[in-house]
Design a protein around this ligand. Structure first.
Ligand code: TYD
Ligand code: MG
Length: 452
């Protein structure tokens, strides 16, 4: 019997070595190199051997290339389309990553069921019965979606050949297995080989393929980093499992912007597209509560009004506690120090708790002013006017700094019926005929006078 061919792969970055070593030279991780059995196939074509040799590409002048043929396939899901940049591009490979249980299978099954095209949903994780049960929960009716439970790529391609689907969904790439490689499913060499076969299939038949990918505990897509280089689009599905909101964003997109964002709400009957997230994120609009402030933030390109809640109370223990959910705790400490030094609030002996409602995490610095307003409101125990909202960054010397795309934020606030928005004096605003009052401020002290 011929000796099995083996090679060593770093499980973190996918680098290949001829012998074992303790540390990966490429990514500097320790103990990530493992041996995998590979057996080079005679031909690893998905369909006919040598089909690529027949169709060799010819250089064309850029003006001669007809881009209009690249019509995108409408997925019937506005949020998904938006993140993709207008729909699926024929022949593209899209990778959808996300934590277990976040709803990747639900999202893609739901989209497959709604599609007006012939779709093949290949699952290596669940049986056809289980998928049918899930489909019944989602309650979509279609006759175009075929379900296949199979993990061997050669068998999948055989089915694809007879079915000729317009779109193929694979759940998940880690469960696939190719005969050309000996090692087990989910290993680096298998993931690489299966993805290569799928890319070849997608490009040669102009069929879009969507892959589901598991992520590791540090949030990267399991498998080699090159997997992300190989595909055209990498989407990330994220959210807090205990909250209903799910956010879909593109980490890489060869055919569109990575600034777009899709928002869904997980319901008993699947995922619902949320076209107006601000309305859902702002909770009790009727009660007068101290410690609440609304921030006009941006997630990607999308304006999003979110609620900041603060609780300031006298510290019971010697060391005051500071805790922040959905907001950077270090930044909270910085803002408290600025309030103390520049506006004379003695918060050093107070416990401060901060919470962003809806279970989302905000990185946008424009939330600073709302955080400060919420803290002041809780500290003084006076509620802010309900139709106030804020969009500005705060600097170390207490200056109120301009933020990007302020006009978009102002228009969103106006649309949702806010009466006043507080922004930095240094923001250039050329909006005319707005109903909303634009309150310009330059120092943190001004805020104190205006809101309390
Ligand atoms: P799933 O799509 O299986 O997650 P993934 O493929 O990312 O691992 O979805 C998991 C969760 O979604 C599951 O815990 C139950 C919940 N869910 C609903 O709340 N409503 C539904 O209609 C469906 C189908 C799932
Ligand atoms: Mg799943």
């Amino acid at each position: 019997m011929a000796k099995l061919k083996t090679t060593f792969f770093c499980q973190n970055c996918g680098s290949q070595y001829s012998k074992w070593q303790g540390q990966c030279t490429a990514c500097k991780e320790w103990n990530t190199i493992t041996e995998e059995v590979i057996q080079k196939p005679e031909k690893s074509d998905w369909k006919t051997p040598d089909s690529s040799a027949k169709r060799s590409s010819k250089p064309l002048l850029i003006n001669e290339i007809d881009a209009s043929k690249e019509a995108r396939l409408d997925t019937q899901d506005d949020e998904f389309n938006r993140v993709l940049g207008g729909g699926l591009v024929p022949g593209s490979l899209t990778l959808l990553g996300g934590e277990p249980g976040i709803g990747k299978s639900t999202l893609l099954l739901q989209i497959s069921l709604k599609l007006p095209y012939k779709t093949l949903y290949v699952s290596g994780e669940e049986s056809q019965k289980q998928i049918k049960m899930r489909a019944e929960r989602i309650n979509a009716n279609t006759s175009n979606c075929y379900i296949l439970t199979e993990t061997k790529t050669q068998n999948i391609f055989k089915q694809i050949e007879s079915l000729e689907p317009d779109i193929v969904v694979i759940d998940s790439i880690q469960t696939l297995h190719s005969d050309y490689i000996e090692s087990s499913s989910g290993s680096i060499s298998q993931i690489k080989e299966c993805t290569t076969e799928l890319i070849k299939f997608a490009k040669e038949t102009a069929t879009p393929v969507i892959l589901i990918g598991h992520i590791t505990k540090d949030g990267n897509i399991a498998g080699p980093k090159i997997l992300e280089h190989m595909v055209d689009t990498v989407l990330q599905f994220e959210g807090d499992r205990n909250h209903v909101f799910r956010i879909l964003r593109a980490n890489k997109n060869r055919f569109g912007s990575t600034n777009e964002l899709g928002i869904y709400e997980m319901q008993g009957s699947g995922l619902r597209e949320v076209s107006n997230p601000s309305e859902l994120l702002i909770s009790q609009k009727d009660d007068d509560l101290s410690g609440n402030a609304i921030a006009a933030t941006l997630e990607g390109m999308r304006p999003l009004m979110i609620e900041v809640q603060a609780l300031v109370s006298t510290a019971v223990y010697g060391t005051p506690q500071r805790s922040a959910t959905g907001f950077n705790a270090k930044r909270l400490n910085m803002l408290l120090a600025v309030l103390e030094k520049r506006a004379g609030f003695r918060l050093g002996a107070k416990d401060v708790f901060l919470n962003i409602t809806g279970g989302i995490t905000v990185d946008d610095p424009a939330i600073d002013l709302a955080v400060v307003a919420a803290i002041l409101s809780s500290n003084e125990d006076v509620s802010l006017q309900k139709d106030f909202c804020f969009a500005a960054e705060i600097g170390l010397s207490g200056e109120v700094r301009p933020v990007q795309r302020v006009e978009q934020r102002i228009l969103e606030a106006e649309k949702l019926g806010f009466a006043t928005i507080f922004v930095s004096k240094y923001n250039k605003i050329s909006l005319k005929n707005t109903q909303i009052k634009i309150q310009l401020i330059s120092k943190i002290e001004d805020v104190v006078d205006l809101i309390i």
